[in-house]
Design a protein. Structure first.
Length: 57
């Protein structure tokens, strides 16, 4: 729907990443941990890369 309305959109990791960039959150790790406790599906490699780009590895 967002695409049809020509709106910008992003996924969960994009929102978490942006929140850290803006200083809204100090760390992405707690949010990744919470996501992994649900049925959210993400590969270990993506988690590792996400932590690396956020300097949390």
């Amino acid at each position: 729907m967002a695409r049809k309305l020509h709106l910008n959109y992003t996924g969960s990791l994009g929102v978490i990443n942006k929140a850290k960039q803006l200083g809204i959150i100090n760390s992405v790790k707690p949010f990744i941990k919470k996501l992994l406790e649900t049925d959210f599906r993400i590969s270990d490699n993506v988690v590792l890369e996400f932590l690396k780009i956020n300097n949390e590895l």
